[in-house]
Design a protein around this ligand. Structure first.
Ligand code: NAP
Length: 244
């Protein structure tokens, strides 16, 4: 079977995706940045249900660390055929007029440079005849702009969308499919980083579906996009945002 790398898989959407991919038979590389305990827990959960996984620490915004992470993947028996670019950050809710260059650059480094670097290393390895598939986790914020909250984060997801479109066209003939998901309000710990842990419950009534989403609902879409069932899908965006 094949190897899948999920960045930011120690919690939230990445964690749910890693668990589901393992259930589908992938060996899963569980990337994390700082929380080794949470990443170990994901690997232990996968192993306890008969799956295969291991942790791989790297700051995805750091070129040398990303290269070292992929070199570790090269040592595995299975070839890398799936990448989920998921590791993302945001900071406290703020208007644009209060954003510092330091904060904007930190967001872009993880959310944009990190996605580029992992895509770069993955496509080098996803050679024919196997090829591969990449799913970039974008956000509904790319369409909505996240006013009064984090336009810097929303703009980083706009860049992820453009990366998805451009890379999908570059590598389509090489047997690599590149797609994105755009989650909306999903119950994860990310909202605490924005200063409002209860953000999903506060805002859910504004959604047509009147509820927040679960990480597993996003994971299902990611796993489908990676699978052979989506063999003719590339350069596409799946909205997982309750209708908004
Ligand atoms: P989360 O619960 O905050 O988890 C973030 C994950 O990213 C953690 O595993 C964290 O690892 C990892 N991470 C952060 N910085 C990293 C770095 N520099 N290098 C490697 N890993 C790093 O986030 P989430 O809500 O699941 O979000 C996952 C993705 O979905 C993000 O791209 C986010 O923008 C997107 N999204 C989320 C929502 C939502 O409502 N939650 C909506 C739209 C889009 P450590 O724990 O080790 O630090």
């Amino acid at each position: 079977m094949a190897l899948a790398l999920v960045t930011g898989a120690s919690r939230g959407i990445g964690r749910a995706t890693a668990i589901l991919l393992a259930r589908e038979g992938y060996t899963v590389a569980v990337n994390y940045h700082q929380n080794v305990q949470a990443a170990d827990e994901v690997v232990n959960l996968i192993k306890a249900s008969g799956g295969k996984a291991f942790t791989v620490q790297a700051d995805v915004g750091d070129e040398a660390q990303v290269e070292a992470m992929f070199e570790r993947l090269d040592q595995q028996q299975e070839p890398l055929t799936a990448l989920v670019n998921n590791a993302g950050i945001l900071f406290t809710q703020s208007r644009v007029e209060a954003l510092s260059a330091e904060r904007i650059n930190r967001v872009l480094k993880t959310n944009v440079t990190g996605y580029f670097l992992c895509c770069r290393e993955a496509v080098k390895r996803m050679t024919l005849p196997l090829g591969g598939a990449i799913v970039n986790v974008s956000s509904a914020a790319a369409r909505l702009g996240a006013p009064f909250e984090y336009v810097d984060y929303a703009a980083s997801k706009g860049a992820v969308d453009t990366l998805t479109t451009g890379l999908a066209l570059e590598v389509a003939a090489q047997g690599i499919r590149v797609n994105a998901v755009r989650p909306g309000l999903i119950y994860t710990e990310m909202h605490a980083s924005g200063g409002e842990p209860g953000r999903v419950d506060r805002a859910k009534s504004m959604l047509p579906m009147q509820r927040g989403g679960q990480p597993e609902e996003v994971a299902q879409a990611i796993v489908w996009l990676l699978s052979e069932k989506a063999s003719y899908v590339t350069g596409s965006f799946l909205e997982l945002a309750g209708g908004k």
